[in-house]
Design a binder for this molecule. Structure first.
Ligand code: NAP
Length: 489
């Protein structure tokens, strides 16, 4: 149940059925499942629960629609995205409230995510008409090379709960621009934003059958038959590394194109020559965006020992001053974690670090109320052996560790299986470049705590994933390159 009348209206106006072939349908299972408000633990509404038969039906639709959609004029594909961009911004307030209700992030951040989500549509509306190819003369002069870029075909898109709208538009935008049909499986905990997005795309003129949206409590039952069917040609997944590995295994059977946006364990390096004000501000952004529940979240903050105490004191003051509460309330800066398991995990990681010698400078405990609140926490003297050094914390906990040399900082930063993003704060240009080159991550925030931008290529190396989303290369993930060799010229 929503708490206020406006919350009820916003939840009521979203369809709770499956979206397939441009229509809203009940699930073939006959089942529904509850969507919970993490700030109260109460049920917001029930949503249709797709099963394998729905997945197969959605794939039939995607496969049947692929040819006609691929032939749709690129300008018109772009215009659909442009209209959807406008609609997202027109309805920003309602969509933000919906997101806050199902996911917990404060309203201001949810509004920010709607704007960020819309930007993917604007960016890829512009890219839709820039899909080009090539023509060249073979080195021996006897033939010609014609290069064409074509849609990969029907795609399966799987998204997580932490950015319920943006992780959808980051995949749907380039897929629409490229001319691919799609089946989207949103996260179980946040299906409402995805269903609202489907309705916006329908209203923006997306032809029937291009997109299906299948909320489900049986992720594997819905996705595995599609991955192994052969008609799906691309799997684009955002989520944990553990599930990504499993899906890569499944995708190998039909040798699918894959994009894998997986987990992170971001190091945040503060050198002795850093502007400490900027470093503290950057740490607040890199740690606290999305309640710490971001793949880009600063997970290990390494500070040069000569400035560690001052940095930790300033960071603790900022973290301790944050207002924790229900994301819908004015002034709240930190909402609840997604569920009780997330809360237990964060508390367990803090307890483990403290047992190994860490000092709690601020926080270190659950917040008040029925929701899954955890207080913003700063830990000093964290030992590298602590579990949170190797585990994605996914909560508002900032562990501060120290280093004494640039070489040591780089070694510590790279000592992880993950490689999504790292952050570096220094005012020395040569060091900036040296360290950026040495860090084994797909992205580096240099004197800034946020790297996400629809116009930049987002993605990781090592076990943080494969491929890039956004930027000029984002559309390539949904295109195949064909070479035609022309003889007798
Ligand atoms: P998750 O547990 O891996 O789930 C992600 C998605 O995969 C959900 O839709 C989930 O469905 C689905 N899924 C789970 N098991 C599956 C299976 N056996 N077969 C097919 N699909 C399956 O991750 P999460 O907890 O939602 O999200 C947090 C993780 O995502 C973190 O590790 C974070 O770093 C990562 N992330 C990465 C990026 C990036 O761009 N690199 C961005 C955001 C988040 P259910 O909801 O039904 O479980």
């Amino acid at each position: 149940m929503a708490v206020t009348e406006r919350e009820s209206v916003v939840v009521d106006q979203v369809s709770k059925q499956l979206f397939m072939g441009g229509q809203w349908r009940d699930a073939s299972t006959g089942r529904t499942f509850a969507v919970e408000d993490p700030s109260t633990g109460r049920t917001l509404c029930e949503v249709a629960d797709a099963g394998e038969a729905d997945a197969r039906a959605a794939l039939d639709i995607a496969a049947a629609t692929q040819d006609s959609w691929a032939k749709y004029p690129p300008r018109q594909r772009g215009e659909i995205l442009s209209r959807a961009y406008d609609l997202l911004l027109e309805r920003q307030d309602d969509l933000a409230l919906l997101m806050t209700l199902e996911m917990g992030k404060p309203l201001a951040e949810a509004k920010g995510e709607i704007a960020y989500s819309a930007e993917f549509f604007r960016w890829f509306a512009e890219e839709a008409v820039r899909i080009d190819g090539g023509y060249s003369v073979a080195p021996n002069g006897q033939s010609r090379f014609l290069l064409m870029r074509q849609p990969v075909g029907p795609c399966l898109l799987i998204t997580p709960w932490n950015f319920p709208m943006a992780m959808g538009t980051r995949k749907i935008g380039p897929a629409v621009a490229a001319g691919c049909t799609m089946v989207l499986k949103p996260a179980q905990q946040t299906p409402l934003s995805a269903l609202a997005l489907a309705d916006i795309l329908r209203e923006a003129g997306l032809p029937e059958g291009v997109l299906s949206v299948l909320p489900t409590t049986s992720a594997g039952e819905v996705s595995e038959p599609l991955i192994k069917d052969g008609r799906i040609r691309k799997l684009s997944f955002t989520g944990s590394t553990a599930v990504g590995r499993l899906l890569l295994g499944q995708a190998s059977e039909k040798v699918l194109r894959t994009s894998m946006e997986l987990g992170g364990n971001a190091p945040f390096l503060v050198f002795e020559d850093a502007d400490l004000d900027a470093a503290v501000e950057g740490a607040m952004q890199a740690k606290m965006r999305n309640i710490g529940e971001a793949c880009t979240a600063a997970n290990r903050i390494y500070v040069h020992s000569s400035v560690a105490e001052e940095f930790s004191t300033r960071l603790s003051a900022r973290m301790g001053a944050l207002t924790v509460g229900r994301g819908t309330e004015d002034g709240v800066q930190v909402g609840p974690l997604i569920d009780s398991a997330a809360l237990d995990k964060v508390q367990g990681l803090v307890d483990d670090a403290v047992e190994r010698g860490a000092r709690v400078l601020v926080g270190g405990e659950r917040g008040d109320g029925d929701g899954y609140y955890y207080r913003p926490t700063v830990l000093a003297d964290v030992q590298p052996s602590s579990k949170l050094s190797t585990t994605e914390i996914f909560g508002p906990v900032a562990p501060v560790l120290t280093f004494d040399s640039e070489e040591e900082a780089i070694t510590l930063a790279n000592d992880t299986e993950f490689g999504l993003v790292s952050y570096v704060f220094t005012q020395d240009l040569a060091r900036s470049l040296r360290v950026s080159e040495a860090l084994e991550t797909g992205m580096v925030g240099l004197n800034q705590g946020v790297v996400s931008n629809p116009a930049a290529p987002f993605g990781g190396v090592k076990q943080s994933g494969l491929g890039r989303e956004g930027g000029r290369v984002g559309i390539d993930e949904f295109l195949d390159l064909k070479y035609v060799g022309i003889g007798n010229v």
